[in-house]
Design a protein around this ligand. Structure first.
Ligand SMILES: Cc1ncc(COP(=O)(O)O)c(C=O)c1O
Length: 407
């Protein structure tokens, strides 16, 4: 994959057109193994719940499932992706602030875990438990507390509130509602907040043990781990970009100290850390023009395809043999009509119309957040093996417009 050549791009372009995502599913597997190993070195009873929203490509979801990981989903759409990828309901963990009640009930009855985000979910859980006294419902609580990151998160139930006590009451009063899991997630990826999230969850678990007489089977401390980056990308962040081992040390050590027998299971919910460097986006240079002294290189692709804004992603120019020119401080811009659709600012180098630009680190929040704005989306091709595998076909007009009425 790294050795993407002119010939390879030419043959892909002939078959798939002037822009496509290049998936590296082997890299995803390697990331999964390495991240898991770093945590297991410190705390053996560890698992990964892959954050589907980051990149719900079924091939990636299947890799997680084959490796024994969980599916972390936040909607009935994502739960359906898990089921269709062959994930057993008991391996699905459903977070999220708004949930479809019918789907929640269906999944709870088949063994999935549903994490409560607010008191509005209590009534449904109680009535389901009362309607099905023979079924144990695996319910979790998303915990909200201060980790010193300066953010007041809107997700979950404040562990210092009466609502949290009311949540615990559900498990006391209904023996078939089992508190299988405590979960939290904090968006800031700085590793310095990780010991606080681990300590906060351990403290809450011990409080639960006192109230209910048992420890939850799993403690899920969320995602928010940086993916692998090249140095030029790291340098554009103000934060220190920690590695997998740093996060493992920051959190798993806390768990080992409090739970030397390694019960409960420690779970994390990585998204970017697994998917970030598994996708590249390649697009062809279509036009080059200078307007009032500023050079614009317009390509088939958009900032919406690569998800990164405000920074210059790692980018390579693959020459296709056209007559190249030297450029200084040129902006590489997308096909949309948005002025701010800039994929790379201040490009210095040589290129020609027809050349391919290949952007790395496009795996997280790209494919899943691309709107059908102006163009349907481009195909996704897995090229980590000899034979190209079409992971997602080029979207068509009908893919987007079949839900509209033209009457
Ligand atoms: C609940 C939850 N878990 C996991 C993640 C994955 O985060 P990241 O991609 O930073 O690892 C997110 C991202 O928003 C999230 O909301």
């Amino acid at each position: 994959m790294r050795g993407l050549t002119k010939d390879k791009l030419l043959s892909l372009a002939e078959e798939f057109g002037g822009a496509f995502y290049l998936l590296d599913s082997c890299q995803f597997q390697a990331n999964y193994t390495r991240l898991s190993d770093e945590f297991k070195k410190i705390y053996g009873n560890f698992n990964i719940a892959y954050s589907y929203k980051t990149n719900y490509t079924p091939k990636l979801c299947k890799i997680v499932n084959e490796n024994g990981g969980y599916a972390e989903v936040v909607s009935h759409m994502e739960a359906e992706i898990a089921l269709r990828s062959g994930v057993h309901p008991s391996r699905i963990i459903w977070n999220g602030p708004i949930k479809n009640t019918d789907k929640v009930n269906e999944l709870l009855l088949s063994g999935a875990t549903v994490n409560l985000d607010s008191v509005y979910e209590f009534h449904n859980i109680v009535s389901l438990a009362e309607k099905h006294p023979e079924v144990t419902l695996n319910v979790g609580i998303r915990c909200n507390f201060d980790v010193g990151d300066g953010v007041v998160s809107r997700f979950g139930i404040d562990t210092d509130s009466d609502e949290f006590d009311r949540a615990l009451e559900l498990f006391v009063s209904h023996k078939n509602i089992y508190l299988v899991n405590l979960q939290c997630h904090f968006a800031k990826r700085n590793v310095e907040f990780w010991p606080a999230r681990a300590e906060g969850m351990v403290k809450t678990a011990k409080r639960v043990e006192k109230a209910l007489g048992y420890l939850p089977r799993r403690i899920d401390i969320g995602g928010g781990i940086y993916g692998n980056m090249e140095d030029e990308l790291k340098a554009q962040f103000t934060a220190n970009i920690a590695g997998y081992a740093d996060y493992a040390k920051a959190a798993a050590t806390v768990f080992k100290k409090h739970f030397p027998d390694e019960e409960p299971e420690l779970v994390i919910e990585p998204g970017s850390a697994l998917a970030g460097d598994c996708m590249q986006f390649a697009g062809c240079v279509e036009t080059i023009k200078t307007v009032r002294g500023k050079t614009y290189i317009t390509m088939l692709g958009s900032q919406k395809n690569i998800s990164m804004s405000g920074i210059n992603p790692p980018m390579r120019v693959i020459s296709m043999g056209g007559e190249a020119t030297d450029f200084t401080d040129a902006d590489i811009v997308g096909y949309t009509c948005i002025e701010g659709d800039v994929m790379y600012r201040g490009f210095n180098g040589r290129l020609a119309v027809g050349d391919f630009l290949v952007f790395s680190n496009c795996g997280s929040y790209s494919l899943v957040m691309k709107p059908p704005f102006i163009f349907p989306n481009f195909p996704v091709l897995d090229i980590c093996r000899e034979e190209v595998e079409v992971i997602k076909k080029q979207e068509t007009f009908d893919d987007i417009f079949h839900t509209f009425s033209f009457r």
